[in-house]
Design a protein around this ligand. Structure first.
Ligand code: NCD
Length: 299
């Protein structure tokens, strides 16, 4: 495989992906969603390694289901059971799997910049399953797929992303992709969770409730220094999607959240499965979207 095709087959982020490429992945995901058979073995004989150097349940299972539905052989490991704990570097681990003959790698890791560096050294396609607070491209693709499924047309929509923007790779990937698709993205965040590096307007919670899509983010406690939030109650009062606030959403508006959810912090328990919520459909849509991304890496 040449360097160019390797680059085209990998998915490191959405910042550098064209609008056409994004749309072609969404269209292919729609194709996979419409397939009646659970398994279509187009990747028979291909080996995919899911390498999670940071905790994950949903994303890891979603990739695994997608890979198995395409008939691939799947290898899994998470950092807790790997020799990373014994000091082996991320590079050595990925290189080890590469030398054993994997055809593609799905990777999640914490340190920023490592993935971009790895991609220059590893010769099989890599798919980013979340790198630090930089990008989480398949999450944003499934979010956008969910929006397109509900509204039909993306252009002209308004999306309010609310919460811990500073630590959110989901907000970054969504911002960069949605802007290319003609969607107006606005952020709403407590002052200490604003991301100064991102070009988006910040609005109040009242304004955010007027958007077509209100996307709530998990408060990323594991990435916080002490005292970033006063208390869960205080956060909910100022930035939570409460039952009372949700009554002010437009009837056509939808509620999204990438999960896992801190119930009754960024979103009230009763809203998670509310008729306007798309939180479980987001998870459902993650599988065909990841099938499209893995197929693009390997076929
Ligand atoms: C997101 C992540 O890991 O960045 N979750 C996910 O992929 N299911 C969002 C989050 O953890 O808050």
């Amino acid at each position: 495989m040449t360097i160019t095709t390797l680059k085209q087959r990998s998915l490191l982020g959405l910042k550098d992906l064209s609008k056409e490429e994004i749309i072609s992945i969404l269209d292919r995901a729609a194709y996979w969603e419409a397939q009646p058979d659970k398994v279509k073995p187009v990747l028979q004989g291909k080996f995919v390694a899911n390498m999670f150097f940071e905790n994950s349940t949903r994303t890891r299972f979603s990739f695994e289901v997608a890979e198995k539905r395409l008939g691939a052989e799947v290898l899994n490991f998470s950092a807790a059971v790997s020799s990373v704990q014994k000091g082996e570097s991320i590079y050595d681990t990925v290189r080890t799997l590469e030398s054993m003959g994997i055809d593609a790698g799905v990777i999640r890791l914490k340190p920023i910049g490592v993935l971009a560096d790895l991609a220059t050294k590893i010769k099989v396609p890599l798919i980013n399953a979340g790198d630090g607070n930089n990008e989480h491209p398949t999450q944003a693709l499934l979010d956008i797929y969910t929006m397109r499924k509900h509204f039909g047309e993306l252009k002209g929509l308004t999306v309010a992303i609310v919460g811990d923007i500073l630590h959110s790779r989901v907000a970054r990937s969504n911002l960069w992709a949605l802007q290319k698709l003609g969607v107006q993205v606005r952020f709403c965040a407590p002052p200490n969770m604003v991301a100064a590096d991102l070009a988006a307007e910040y609005i109040s919670m009242e304004e955010a409730l007027k958007a077509d899509v209100i996307m709530m983010l998990r408060v990323q406690l594991e990435r916080h220094e002490n005292g970033m939030i006063k208390s869960a109650e205080d956060y909910r009062e100022h930035y939570g999607l409460t039952v009372e606030r949700a009554q002010r959403l437009a009837p056509h508006a939808i509620i999204m959240h990438p999960a896992p959810i801190n119930r009754n912090v960024e979103i009230d328990d009763e809203l998670v499965e509310h008729p306007q919520s798309r939180i479980f459909p987001q998870m459902e849509n993650g599988v065909p979207v990841r099938m499209a991304v893995i197929e693009r890496a390997l076929v």
